[in-house]
Design a binder for this molecule. Structure first.
Ligand code: AMP
Length: 210
């Protein structure tokens, strides 16, 4: 199976771009964050084990995340687009055992902007769509444009947890940029700009790969 990976710190726009890429280019969107939040909401065995880590902004143990991914891709066919996975080297190596990573797209965004983006982010309880109170607000306050679901602030989008997530990113996830650069599949993208602008940058570069 062929896969693409979206790298970048929390708040870099990975989820938004992944959803748009999946829709327009028909990739299969795999967001481990969304899957974990859903498992937590449903109170599944994996969700119960994962909750404390997510609430604290820590990485959930690899074993649990890998289990979710295996379940998800068991019956799928098509190009997989990973969003929020891998988060460390062990996860990247595990991914190489099951798929061929054709491109790793790294979204660059200034750290001050990230904090602002995340604390103004609102997420749909029902479908997971993401809004920003300033740059991408819903048409009706508090309601999802796509499904009418209720918008809420993720418990890990508060300033203290965001800082923790950023430090986990620097320590565990940043080395992946070198990992994919050495493999010759890294694509660097400026993540600053409107959703459309960033999307076009990605699409243009992906055109050479897939
Ligand atoms: P995200 O929605 O990608 O920002 O992820 C939210 C939270 O879910 C993270 O802060 C982690 O606690 C957990 N998480 C998501 N993806 C992973 C992963 N690949 N490995 C470990 N933990 C993850």
């Amino acid at each position: 199976m062929i896969a693409l990976v979206l790298l970048g710190p929390p708040g870099s726009g990975k989820g938004t771009q992944a959803a748009k890429l999946a829709k327009e280019l028909r990739f299969i969107h795999i967001s481990t964050g969304d899957m974990l939040r859903e498992a937590i909401r449903q109170g599944t065995p994996i969700g119960l084990k994962a909750k404390n880590y997510v609430d604290r902004g820590e990485l959930v143990p690899d074993k649990l995340v890998i289990e979710l991914i295996r379940e998800k891709i068991a019956n799928t066919d098509g190009v997989l687009l990973f969003d929020g996975y891998p988060r460390n080297l062990a996860q990247a190596k595990m991914l190489d055992d099951i798929v061929i990573v054709k491109a790793a797209i790294n979204l660059h965004v200034d750290e001050n902007k990230i904090l602002e983006r995340l604390t103004k982010r609102r997420t749909c309880k029902r479908c997971g769509a993401v809004y920003n109170l300033e740059t991408n607000p819903p048409a009706i306050p508090g309601k999802c444009d796509k499904c009418g679901g209720e918008l809420y602030q993720r418990s890990d989008d508060t300033e203290s947890v965001v800082r923790q997530r950023l430090s986990v990113y620097k320590e565990a996830t940043l080395p992946l940029i070198e990992y994919y650069r050495n493999k010759g599949v890294l694509i660097e993208i400026n993540g600053d700009g409107t959703i459309e602008e960033v999307f076009e940058r990605i699409r243009e570069k992906l055109g050479d790969v897939i």
